[in-house]
Design a protein around this ligand. Structure first.
Ligand code: BTN
Length: 317
């Protein structure tokens, strides 16, 4: 256990009282400076620690849904960061130095979506970013979004027994409504100007309260936090997502995961409207090719291979 974890552990055991820096140092066998550094680090991770001069420290809250120590134990080799609220887990993951990191928040004040849009991120969602070292070729990095869709799909099935559909390229749908969005962003190394790592950001509506308007297009897994807590274990969901994602990435250049993707694709054989730039046109989806591109046939029978950039697909009514 690191000093920081030891400080958290000690504070968590004594939630209704204060623990002085001297007492913590003595009990843990570390210096008072190390206690102070530990407290500062925990605060940066989103733990709320009250400090009273001449009295000591008290853990007044921590992200109630998650136990960071449990996640860290289950994910050796990953640097786990847990926040109550943050601007964007993707933004934070991109700023880190560690190569492999998992950043989780219970809410985001400036969640980022695809194509420069914002992502509605109130409490009740799981906002998760994985920072992965870029040990694969750039064209393979393009596959990460579709891989993440498969990793989340499998995890939801295994942990919550929920089967959703994958809407090309990066959304998960349940009952025709959006449950999860995924945004992959690259991190450029300043010295070389080359891509150094990739951040895969995943936003899942766990028990998000959706307003009347959003309810038309989006859905949450559970009605309430109590339901979410009693019906499944969110730690297991995170652990599964990270583990499936690691396995898929390690298997590259093997693209056989695309079979799973195709088997759960929402769009196969469906009539869609392709929104591209200012224009839009109708097409029928033929399938997903081996580069995870969407293959469609337009009204004139011309086949098009679409990459995800700047394209939005809507089901035709
Ligand atoms: C989309 O549907 O447009 C993609 C949404 C991706 C949202 C996730 S939530 C966790 C991570 N942090 C962000 O700021 N965005 C991604």
């Amino acid at each position: 256990m690191t000093n920081t974890e030891a400080v958290l552990h000690a504070l968590a055991q004594q939630r209704d009282g204060y623990l002085s820096g001297a007492r913590l140092a003595r009990d843990l066998g570390i210096s008072r400076a190390a206690v102070w550094r530990g407290v500062e680090r925990l605060r940066k991770e989103g733990h709320l620690i009250e400090g009273k001069s001449k009295v000591g420290y008290r853990l007044i809250s921590r992200t109630p849904l998650f136990d960071r120590e449990r996640l860290q134990r289950a994910l050796p080799g990953w640097d786990v960061h847990l926040f109550d609220t943050i601007d964007s887990t993707n933004r934070y993951a991109k700023s880190l130095e560690s190569e492999k990191a998992v950043v989780i928040a219970l809410a985001q004040s400036a969640g980022r979506g695809r194509r420069g849009r914002s992502f509605y991120s109130p409490r009740g969602g799981l906002y998760l970013s994985l920072r992965l070292p870029l040990s694969f070729a750039l064209d393979e990095a393009m596959l990460l979004t579709s891989m993440a869709s498969v990793a989340v799909h499998r995890s939801l099935l295994e942990v919550a027994g929920i089967t959703c559909s994958i809407k090309w390229v990066n959304d998960l749908y349940l009952g025709g409504k959006k449950l999860c969005g995924i945004l992959t962003e690259g991190v450029v190394a300043l010295e070389s100007g080359q891509l150094a790592s990739v951040v895969v950001g995943i936003g899942i509506n766990l028990f998000t309260a959706l307003g009347e308007e959003l309810k038309e297009t989006a859905v949450s897994l559970y009605e309430s936090e109590d339901d979410a807590r009693s019906l499944f274990d969110v730690h297991e969901l995170v652990i599964k997502i990270v583990s499936h994602m690691s396995t898929l990435v390690a298997a590259l250049p093997d693209r056989s995961y695309l079979e799973y993707y195709r088997a759960h694709s929402l769009l196969d054989g469906r009539d869609v409207v392709v929104h591209q730039g200012e224009g839009q046109w109708e097409a029928r989806v033929v399938g997903i090719d081996d580069d995870a591109h969407l293959v469609v046939e337009d009204r004139e029978g011309v086949v098009h291979t679409l990459t995800s950039a700047e394209i939005t697909i809507r089901l035709a009514r």
